[in-house]
Design a protein around this ligand. Structure first.
Ligand SMILES: Nc1ncnc2c1ncn2[C@@H]1O[C@H](COP(=O)(O)OP(=O)(O)OP(=O)(O)O)[C@@H](O)[C@H]1O
Length: 304
């Protein structure tokens, strides 16, 4: 379990994390979402004891990371997949980590197999593709068999096969009862993997909720209706409580009624309908709406 309480971190005049509180529970994948610069990496680094908070705390299993006796047995993290010596083989890299972390060297072979690098264990990391480097980073995170894992933007730059692999891995780690926290700036990708979402903007909490509840609450669906009698239809739809907007010369965009309700209403009143189509607002749109203020703030701030 990870507990972040009233966490604040400032860099000079920039408040990267601002009184942030949330808990990451075991047995599920928690997506940690926010636009670029919203404070995700800073929060992850604070959880890993790489940043000293100006206020508040970030605890792993009830303790600050720096006080854990065998940290790699508690937490595994993928922060920057590039942080591997290019001249070292995958096996040598992991062996060095194992020695430094007082972890049984037999784990090296196990994690190499687990991430699918068994065949290339002797290849130099400098010759690895980005996807292979991500896998190597994840192997390092899993070395201590930790109950808590953190991944910072793990699918960035990966091909579809790599993305699928990571999604599957996250879910299986959570199914084993581990605490899994995955940061991303992509809402739709995260919704496919995560069970729970923590959304932040300019270092503050925007949402802490289940993915399904989030989609129910924010995933507004619209219905596009093309009708030669759209003015009459619009009046009736509004009378039924729908929000109606005009688009082009023939189309209505309706929120608040289903396709069936709109079709039935038109039929009962003898109004012709040439097209009736449900459209789910994209998750990326929902996310951008939610975090817009924080992005504008960030832009202003960066400009100063
Ligand atoms: N070491 C640092 N020194 C100064 N400012 C920093 C430092 N680290 C982060 N910041 C600033 O803190 C804010 C939050 O950055 P952070 O990297 O935590 O955000 P993020 O959500 O992880 O974004 P990204 O996905 O772009 O990395 C940004 O304004 C960033 O410029």
């Amino acid at each position: 379990m990870i507990e972040v309480t009233e966490l604040t971190k400032r860099y000079g005049r920039v408040t990267a994390v601002d009184g942030l509180t949330f808990t990451v529970r075991p047995g599920r994948v928690t997506g940690f979402l926010g636009p670029n610069g919203s404070g995700k990496s800073t929060t992850l680094r604070a959880i890993l004891g790489l940043e000293t908070p100006d206020a508040g705390a970030a605890l792993v299993d009830g303790r600050p990371y720096r006080t854990l006796h065998h940290p790699l047995h508690h937490v595994g993290a993928l922060l920057d997949a590039g942080a591997v010596h290019p001249g070292r083989s995958a096996r040598a890299h992991l062996t060095a980590l194992a020695v430094a972390g007082r972890i049984d060297r037999r784990r090296v072979g196990e994690v190499l197999e687990q991430v699918g690098l068994g065949q290339v264990a002797h290849k130099r990391a400098g010759e690895f593709s980005l996807g292979m480097r991500q896998r190597l980073g994840i192997a390092g995170a899993l070395l201590g068999d930790p109950p808590v894992v953190l991944f910072d933007e793990p699918v960035n730059g990966l091909d579809p096969e790599g993305i699928l692999w990571i999604r599957h891995l996250m879910k299986s780690l959570a199914a084993e009862g581990r605490t899994v926290l995955v940061s991303s700036h992509l809402m739709s990708e995260t919704a496919l993997t995560a069970d729970h979402l923590v959304v932040i903007g300019r270092g503050r909490l925007i949402a802490d909720t289940g993915v399904e509840a989030f989609l129910r609450e924010h995933g507004t669906s619209q219905v596009h209706v093309r009708s030669p009698a759209r003015s009459a239809l619009a009046g009736m739809l509004r009378a039924r409580g729908a929000t109606v907007e005009y688009e082009g010369s023939k189309t209505l965009v309706v929120t608040g009624l289903t396709v069936d309700e709109i079709g039935d209403l038109a039929a009962r009143n003898g109004l012709p309908v040439h097209e009736l189509m449900a459209r789910q607002a994209s998750l990326e749109d929902v996310f951008m709406d939610l975090t817009r203020d924080s992005v504008e703030y960030q832009g202003t701030h960066d400009g100063n």
